[in-house]
Design a protein around this ligand. Structure first.
Ligand code: F6R
Ligand code: MG
Ligand code: MG
Length: 375
């Protein structure tokens, strides 16, 4: 029977603004999952990145199970009570609906699930990003799964040489899941043409063309589409299986050294470089910089190892310095041009109203009729 890896994450309150959850809140969520999960989970892990809490669960109930999603939802509801008692900022922020109705899709929390035939050894990575949106993973996934300059496995491994299938979602379409399937390497330029717009086209999943196995899955939910208004950046999670027929762990991590600019940071409205951080890291400068953590696991018969912290290695200190420099460089230009996100991605409606008012003040200048006539 297939093993399901489910990650469900939410921001249900944090200390000092959008910095990080309290220990009491984390403990409340962990205790709830341990207790309720006794009968239905094989194993679990609860961790935080910035102000978000992610629950990783292993089980045999398949994707979208009401039992598993209900467990995570109730854990977040229980946590929200603690967050409210402590007066945490944004308590219950990502729980957009009152009553649970089968699964968490469209209710606020983000979810990613992989149903897998467990390999004899099954390494995988859980990425969690804060102060950014799901398109932040377009760049590293493209490099890891389609570019031999980053991933020598694409030319060295016969199975990987067959390439990968990308499922890409148009996240602006709210009436249903609007997706396209494209294969690398043949359609790399088509994939690139879509992925260059990470606020609209987002990699949802990646599959091995050699074996049909699923390699990666990204939480694609856009909170502002669900709520109809801004309620917080989406802060996506992602699961990536590594090694053997998939890119090596190091090939998946390598693109994060580029410190690429993503949508996020202050008031969710600025372009800032993405900083790879240690598990449990909090946010700081300019409500950012946007951050990404990576917990590496192996799973066997559904039992998880302890997480290893993939970005705690000294190598990443230099990358973090580069992110700091890039962030400071971008901040020098304040709200001008590339520093701030385009209108459609701004998280506050105040500016739209202001522009509406100002628009009424515009007049078309009357040009005096010209009297001189050309000969
Ligand atoms: C994401 C995050 C930010 C805030 C944004 C708005 O985790 O925390 O995107 O949601 O800065 O914050 P306030 O509550 O100050 O409007
Ligand atoms: Mg937040
Ligand atoms: Mg967050």
């Amino acid at each position: 029977m297939k093993l399901t890896l489910s990650v469900i994450k939410a921001d249900i309150g944090s200390i000092g603004g959008h910095i990080g959850p309290s220990q009491k809140l984390l403990t409340a969520v962990k205790t709830f999952v341990a207790e309720r999960g006794k009968d239905c989970l094989l194993d679990y892990y609860v961790g935080s990145t910035g102000d978000d809490i992610a629950i990783l669960m292993t089980h045999r109930q398949g994707s979208d199970s009401p039992v598993i999603h209900g467990l995570a939802w109730d854990a977040f509801v229980t946590g929200t009570r603690v967050a409210k008692q402590q007066g945490l900022y944004g308590a219950g922020q990502d729980l957009l609906k009152e009553a649970f109705s089968g699964n968490v899709h469209g209710m606020g929390p983000a979810a990613v699930e992989l149903e897998i035939e467990e390999r004899p050894n099954e390494p995988f990575l859980l990425f969690a990003a804060d102060k950014t949106d799901p398109g932040a993973f377009n760049f590293p996934l493209y490099l890891a799964f389609a570019d031999a300059m980053n991933t020598p496995g694409l030319i060295l491994s016969p199975k990987m040489s067959k390439g990968f299938r990308f499922v890409i979602m148009d996240v602006n379409h709210t009436a249903g899941d609007r997706v396209i399937e494209l294969v690398a390497p043949e359609q790399m330029y088509d994939i690139a043409a879509l992925l260059r717009d990470p606020e609209r086209y987002v990699i949802e999943s990646i599959w091995s063309r050699a074996t049909g196995e699923q390699a990666a899955r990204v939480a694609t939910s856009r909170l502002h589409n669900i709520a109809g208004r801004y309620t917080g950046k989406d802060d996506p999670v992602m699961l990536v299986r590594t090694q053997m027929n998939f890119p090596a762990t190091g090939e998946v991590l390598a693109p994060f050294a580029a410190a690429h600019y993503v949508a996020g940071g202050m008031r969710g409205s600025h372009n800032m470089p993405l900083m790879p951080v240690a598990l449990g890291a909090t946010t700081s400068y300019f409500d950012g910089p946007p951050l990404v953590s990576c917990a590496a696991f192996c799973v066997h018969d559904g039992r998880l190892t302890e997480p290893l912290d993939a970005f705690s290695h000294p190598f990443w200190d230099e990358v973090r310095h580069q992110v700091t420099r890039k962030a400071l460089d971008m901040r020098r230009q304040g709200f001008f041009g590339a520093a701030m996100l385009p209108m459609g991605e701004l998280e506050y409606t105040g500016i739209t109203e202001k522009l509406g008012e100002l628009d009424k003040g515009f007049k078309i200048r009357q040009v005096a009729a010209r009297t001189d006539t050309a000969a």
